[in-house]
Design a protein around this ligand. Structure first.
Ligand SMILES: Cc1cc2nc3c(=O)[nH]c(=O)nc-3n(C[C@H](O)[C@H](O)[C@H](O)COP(=O)(O)O)c2cc1C
Length: 335
């Protein structure tokens, strides 16, 4: 059975990628994910704010040391020598590339244009196979103009593209208005792939303590539907960018559905955090069995088999929407 696929111009042995999570945060984790069958691994994101905090802390520590006494200053590394998060991250990229045979995708979440660009260049130099731009913004301010978040996204991808040659993926949350146009724009701006979708951070209220909680709730398979819709609308339609589908990939079923809808690869994090990296084997074996049982010889044979037909997708979606509402039947609703 040929499970191979291509994503970001990279050849993958199968379509299942370990999405960014703490599981890929160290070398042992990276090795384990490869052993269990991951086709590529996305490292956890490097967050610009976190790096700035660490740098400020290092500078504060070294200046406290310098002020108190000459001996004390030797207890603290100079800021430039401080083994910051960035250095450790770049080190992980280099070591992971040397340790495994599958692509290592670094992930960056910047907050300033210079931050995005500087770290993207450093990540390229460290030898990552590709870079995922984790663009995460809740544009909640009343001053944000309509269309501004999309324009900012495009400008950012263009700016990074101008500076690095690495294959570039853009990981997006689903809360953009004209998502199809944004996807086309990102493709034109030089993205080699889109990740649909990142999950929005979803806080909850603890009613007993009357407090906001920000504990991460892992996803479930019922969360694939929005991604499925957009993958089916965009699959095979972007001139350059490939598509990785994520959010809610729990079993082989979700892998198969996303491939049928038109994804080139799928990403999974929650399922691996819930069941362990070994769960990858079950997913991949399930995909293989399903293909064999239906007489398909490869992943390519089912890619996009059920994507939306060309034509007026908006009219089609509207009609499906109306039919699904009017067609609802349930215990308390009989028509
Ligand atoms: C504990 C945890 C940590 C994560 N860290 C990152 C991260 O550093 N960067 C990133 O882009 N996504 C991160 N994610 C998001 C996942 O990569 C993934 O996009 C999201 O969870 C949806 O996929 P899933 O339904 O398979 O979990 C994290 C998710 C979890 C649960």
């Amino acid at each position: 059975m040929d499970l191979s696929t291509r994503y970001l111009g990279l050849a993958l042995r199968n379509p299942v990628i370990a999405s960014a999570s703490p599981l890929s945060g160290d070398l042992d984790g990276v090795r384990r994910l490869e052993d269990c069958g991951a086709a590529a691994i996305v490292l956890p994101s490097l967050f610009e704010e976190q790096l700035r905090q660490e740098q400020e802390l290092a500078e504060a520590l070294s200046s406290v040391g310098a002020d108190s006494s000459p001996e004390a200053s030797s207890y603290f590394p100079a800021a430039s020598e401080y083994r910051s998060g960035a250095a450790a991250y770049l080190d992980l990229i280099a070591k992971a590339r040397a340790a495994v045979d599958i692509p290592i995708v670094a992930s960056l979440n910047g907050s300033t244009e210079s931050g995005w660009i500087d770290y993207a260049c450093q990540i390229e130099q460290a030898g990552a196979s590709a870079l995922e731009l984790n663009i995460y913004r809740i544009a909640s301010g009343p001053d944000v103009r309509i269309g501004e978040p999309e324009a900012d996204c495009l400008a950012l991808v263009k700016a990074v593209r101008a500076r690095v040659k690495l294959p570039l993926a853009v990981k997006l949350q689903p809360s953009f208005a004209a998502f199809g146009a944004l996807a086309q724009g990102l493709d034109a701006a030089g993205a080699d792939g889109l990740v649909l979708f990142n999950r929005l951070y979803q806080p909850d209220i603890d009613l007993a303590r009357l407090r906001w909680t920000n504990e991460i709730a892992l996803s479930g398979a019922n969360e694939i539907r929005l991604g499925l819709l957009w993958v089916s609308l965009l699959g095979g339609r972007l001139p350059r960018a490939s598509l990785a589908a994520g959010s809610g990939v729990e079993t082989a079923d979700e892998v198969i559905k996303f491939l049928l809808a038109g994804a080139d690869a799928v990403m999974t994090a929650s399922a691996l955090l819930r069941h362990g990296p070994e769960h990858l084997r079950t997913m991949i074996a399930g995909l293989e069995t399903w293909l064999a049982q239906r007489g398909f010889a490869s992943v390519s044979a089912i890619k996009g088999l059920m994507k939306h037909s060309r034509g007026d997708a908006e009219a089609q979606e509207r009609s499906d929407y109306i039919h699904s509402l009017l067609g609802y039947r349930g215990r308390y609703v009989r028509r």
